[in-house]
Design a protein around this ligand. Structure first.
Ligand code: GCU
Length: 326
């Protein structure tokens, strides 16, 4: 990171933003996402099924049950892996899903609509490893049974940070697979899971490309750009996503010590790609674009990319293909 400017040269930046650098990761930890504890070690990966040559021969499909040993017990979750056929060392995309691994094989619609165009991804040479985000941490302010946050003593971290932790565990799993090139890794997430992908990108240096899709408030969108969801709305509906004290900034965006261009810049020199959609006003596409512009000085010439496409809130094949092309 570095540079005094808050917006890239030539770009119009309508609001005053905190400057890039020095290191603000601690500030994001304290103020918004909470502290991810050390530990949580993959202790077992049990193969459940293996299918070769699925998707017209484009990929091999594996299901595993993962066990991660945490200080107060084990977290178990299922994973679904697609490896491109005939590739010895494939770059990998790690991504959490909303509705279960099997649902990624037959996409759903709704607020959490995500498509997983596995055949096209495999044809592009990429592996994809996914898990259900609810198996990492329930998306519930009062979960009936705790997720990973209940397996660490006295830690204060929100659910977004717990999902980011889950992406790191997917990388641990990817590291055990022969046919994956762990030097080329993409962490991708849609919406609330895009927020998690960005936080994972900040914390986990194994991630070479961090990509968020319509991640909005507390993701790629600037707090100080008016429009879309704000701190009052997000902390009222989703208090469990963040540290409780974050809610004190409701209606006081200007007093927040950080803004999200700094989050993007914290990932540099590793690369970042931000996807927006024109009709997704709640995720504030203009606030996302301005964050990318303001973060640009922290990156090399091709270090940060952005697209905005027509349409609404969903992870589409088009988004995937642009991320992979980046
Ligand atoms: C809600 C929430 C957003 C979130 C989105 C999603 O709209 O307000 O912050 O990104 O859900 O996860 O789809």
């Amino acid at each position: 990171m570095g540079g005094e400017n808050t917006c890239a040269e030539g770009s119009e930046c309508p609001m005053q933003l905190p400057p890039l650098g020095p290191d603000v990761v601690e500030e994001f930890t304290r103020t918004i996402y909470g502290r991810t504890p050390d530990g949580g070690k993959l202790s077992e990966l049990a193969l459940q099924s293996r299918e070769e040559g699925v998707l017209d021969g484009a990929a091999d499909r594996f299901r595993h049950r993962a066990t991660v040993a945490c200080p107060l017990g084990n977290l178990e979750f299922d994973t679904l892996l697609h490896l491109p056929s005939g590739v010895n060392a494939a770059p990998v995309v790690v991504i959490l899903n909303f509705n279960g691994n099997d649902q990624t094989l037959s996409p759903v619609s709704g607020w959490d609509a995500s498509s997983f165009p596995y055949q096209k991804i495999a044809q592009a040479g990429y592996a994809v490893l996914t898990a259900d985000y609810r198996e990492i941490e329930p998306d519930d302010p009062n979960p009936p049974s705790p997720g990973v946050r209940g397996l660490f003593p006295e830690e204060t971290w929100g659910a977004v940070a717990a999902w980011a932790w889950g992406l790191s565990r997917l990388l641990d799993i990817a590291a055990t697979v022969d046919r994956i090139d762990l030097t080329k890794t993409v962490a991708l997430g849609h919406s609330r899971l895009g927020k998690a992908a960005l936080w994972a990108g900040v914390l986990d240096e194994r991630i070479t490309v961090t990509a968020s899709n319509e991640s909005g408030c507390c993701g790629a969108a600037l707090f100080r750009h008016p429009g879309g969801e704000d701190i009052e709305a997000i902390t009222r509906r989703f208090p469990h996503w963040f540290v409780p004290s974050f809610a004190q900034y409701a209606g006081r965006e200007d007093e927040l010590p950080v803004d999200q261009h700094q989050l993007l810049a914290s990932i540099a020199p590793r690369r970042v790609y931000v996807c927006s959609a024109e009709d997704d006003a709640w995720a504030d596409p203009e606030g996302e674009r301005l964050a990318v512009e303001a973060a640009r000085p922290a990156f090399g010439p091709d270090g940060i990319g952005y697209h905005i496409r027509p349409g609404g809130h969903a992870l589409l094949e088009e988004d995937w293909l642009k991320v992979l092309a980046f």
